[in-house]
Design a binder for this molecule. Structure first.
Ligand SMILES: Nc1ncnc2c1ncn2[C@@H]1O[C@H](COP(=O)(O)OP(=O)(O)OP(=O)(O)O)[C@@H](O)[C@H]1O
Length: 280
């Protein structure tokens, strides 16, 4: 059996403010295998983004440890790339320059690399542009692109340094339903092609099932893992699978569990009681 890509051991995170402390994560234990596609769902505030940010090295943890390829994470690295909901492209750079930007930084910072690497970088940038269907827009600026296209540029830029792990925090949250479907098939294709390990946070349960091989459902106050679901779909997916009984049953189970863990059910019950009282 292969060693896990990521080992999350007893991880806790408490944000300490002037007036109060927030326990964003408590006792998170999870192993993620190389080339897995794990999706994270759960009520708002259950710590999904915090966990991703800790793995990215953008946030420190308060307890426990996270091992990446057996070594503790001690900051950001080119082996991990993060994609956010807001595309955060450089508006003054063309599509091609946005994609190459991160790679250039890596090349400049790495004295062992020479001009040959710049050639490789150009080849990879061209290949990524092609993969994302952006070749005709290489010289366009972000403001000239739709939201879906901007997010494709952001994904291409994240993939440029060949990160083994891709951390995606609601990357398609701002896109319309049709564009999201296209992006879903694209990101599954990227996963297969690049053999990356993907951790993907979403509020959309359908998205979590369609993309993931495993779904981690988190619960809030404190943020913790509530349950883990294996997705009963084949590796090769298509949009029609969303209508299958396995898919709809899993979606029903997960939505019900999110309602239970978020306290929304109690709110709805109370609302129903109040409505009944008001009606007489
Ligand atoms: N920098 C911070 N300082 C203080 N509290 C924070 C900080 N970042 C997150 N939190 C708190 O930690 C908890 C978890 O937040 P986090 O954003 O990780 O949750 P989430 O599950 O991603 O939420 P959402 O689905 O709404 O994006 C929340 O209570 C949030 O208010």
């Amino acid at each position: 059996m292969t060693a896990p890509k990521i080992q999350i051991r007893q991880v806790g995170k408490t944000f300490v403010g002037d007036k109060r402390e927030v326990e964003a994560l408590r006792q998170i234990d999870l192993d993620i295998q190389p080339n897995e596609f794990v999706t994270f769902v759960g009520a708002s505030g259950c710590g999904k983004s915090t966990l991703l940010r800790i793995i990215a090295g953008l946030e420190t943890l308060s307890h426990g440890e996270i091992l990446l390829d057996g070594k503790p994470i001690d900051g950001p690295g080119v082996d991990r790339a993060m994609v956010f909901q807001h595309y955060s492209l450089y508006p003054w750079l063309s599509v091609m320059k946005n994609i190459k930007f991160c790679r250039q930084l890596k090349v400049i910072s790495d004295t062992v690399r020479g001009p040959g690497d710049m050639e490789n970088a150009r080849g990879r940038a061209d290949a990524l542009l092609n993969l994302m269907g952006l070749t005709p827009f290489a010289d366009a600026y972000p403001s000239q692109l739709s939201g879906g296209m901007q997010q494709r540029v952001a994904i291409a830029r994240a993939l440029m340094p060949k990160p083994a792990t891709l951390l995606m925090d609601e990357p398609f949250g701002a896109l319309d339903a049709q564009t999201r479907e296209v992006m879903h098939d694209l990101i599954r294709h990227v996963h297969k092609l690049e053999k990356s390990t993907i951790l993907f946070v979403t509020h959309d349960v359908e998205e979590a099932i369609y993309l993931g091989t495993r779904i981690v459902l988190m619960a809030p106050r404190p943020g913790r893992i509530d349950s883990i679901y294996e997705v009963p779909l084949p590796a090769q997916r298509n949009q029609d699978m969303k209508l299958s009984p396995e898919f709809t049953e899993l979606k029903r189970q997960i939505l019900a569990r999110i309602r239970e863990t978020s306290g929304m059910q109690t709110d709805l019950d109370q609302l129903a009681k109040l409505t009944a009282m008001a009606e007489g």
